[in-house]
Design a protein around this ligand. Structure first.
Ligand SMILES: Nc1ncnc2c1ncn2[C@@H]1O[C@H](COP(=O)(O)OP(=O)(O)O)[C@@H](O)[C@H]1O
Ligand SMILES: [Mg+2]
Length: 287
């Protein structure tokens, strides 16, 4: 594969029993980009992420991360990724700093204390670093969780629904974090059910629906898939202004008014009907 792609999925399939969840998923994520995988609940987003992070085996197709095949080179894949799931892996009894030091020691990173302090600073958690994580807000906890997943600087980060269950303020904190990561060159595959989240964070958005990627592109490209304007003909109630103008007379041509002196002489006779048909005519109803 070309080394410019951090993630490449080709014809990926996965079933649970007789339920076919992924029916041939194709997706390419260039290095250093944020890719959103958008899909409703149960679409198969977590399944795809679990296959990419070697936690689950695919039935068919190919999945490459950093050029390594998840099926045949799982160790190399694991060395280049980090996964933050929907449910935080934070130990609530430990302080924020202790959580980070623990992960750094597990990953055999040099100078764990310094790595922890750097990450606390990067995620605006320096002041809270000495407090038990159990006292953190939802947003702080999720930020700590993402910070923990970045110990050792993995080039590819999977964020599986990072803001599901968070309040709007916490969600904004996480968004800020993801933007910072993107600015530093980390490749991020972000799953979400929220259109706005994809819109806010992603360079490219892929929509997973009924087992396949049904759309993939930048936001601008996706918007072009839809006709920009649709003309709809709607039975419209007259506004007060239109009623007013119909009663006082403003020169707007009225139904049957073409040279009909009688109706023109009695504009107040049918005030409600007149502006409705006028409005339709002005909005370009087909004749
Ligand atoms: N381990 C499993 N065993 C059986 N069915 C599963 C398992 N994991 C997920 N599923 C089913 O597969 C479908 C996709 O699930 P999932 O990948 O978690 O979707 P998403 O993350 O998009 O919500 C769902 O219908 C779910 O119930
Ligand atoms: Mg999921």
């Amino acid at each position: 594969m070309t080394t410019n792609n951090a993630i490449e999925l080709v014809a990926l399939t996965k079933s649970y029993g007789d339920q076919s969840v992924l029916k041939g998923v194709d997706l390419t994520v260039p290095r250093g980009t944020v890719q959103a995988l958008l899909g409703s609940n149960g679409a198969g987003k977590t399944t795809a992420v679990r296959i990419l992070s070697t936690l689950l085996k695919a039935d068919g197709g190919t999945a490459l991360v950093g050029g390594h095949d998840v099926a045949t080179e799982p160790a190399q894949v694991r060395a280049s990724i980090s996964l933050t799931g929907q449910f935080a892996a934070v130990d609530e009894v430990l302080t924020g700093r202790e959580n980070l030091v623990m992960v750094a020691e597990l990953r055999r990173v040099e100078r764990p204390g310094r790595v922890a302090d750097d990450l606390l600073a990067r995620f605006d958690l320096t002041d809270a670093g000495g407090r038990r994580a159990g006292t953190y807000s939802g947003g702080m906890r999720r930020r700590l969780d993402i910070a923990m997943s970045l110990v050792g600087d993995p080039p590819v980060l999977f964020l599986d629904e990072p803001t599901t269950g968070l309040d709007p303020q916490s969600r904004n904190e996480v968004w800020k974090t993801v933007r910072q990561l993107a600015g530093q060159g980390t490749t991020v595959l972000l799953t979400t059910q929220y259109l706005e989240e994809a819109e806010q964070l992603a360079d490219r958005i892929a929509i997973l629906h009924e087992g396949r990627i049904i759309a993939d592109g930048t936001l601008a490209e996706l918007k072009q898939l839809f006709p920009p304007t649709t003309v709809e003909y709607v039975e419209k109630q007259p506004t007060l202004e239109e009623v007013f103008l119909a009663i006082v007379g403003d020169g707007i041509p009225r139904r049957g008014g073409g040279g009909d002196a009688t109706s023109a002489a009695t504009p107040a006779a049918t005030p409600a009907a007149t502006p409705t048909s006028d409005t339709t005519a002005r909005e370009g109803a087909p004749r």
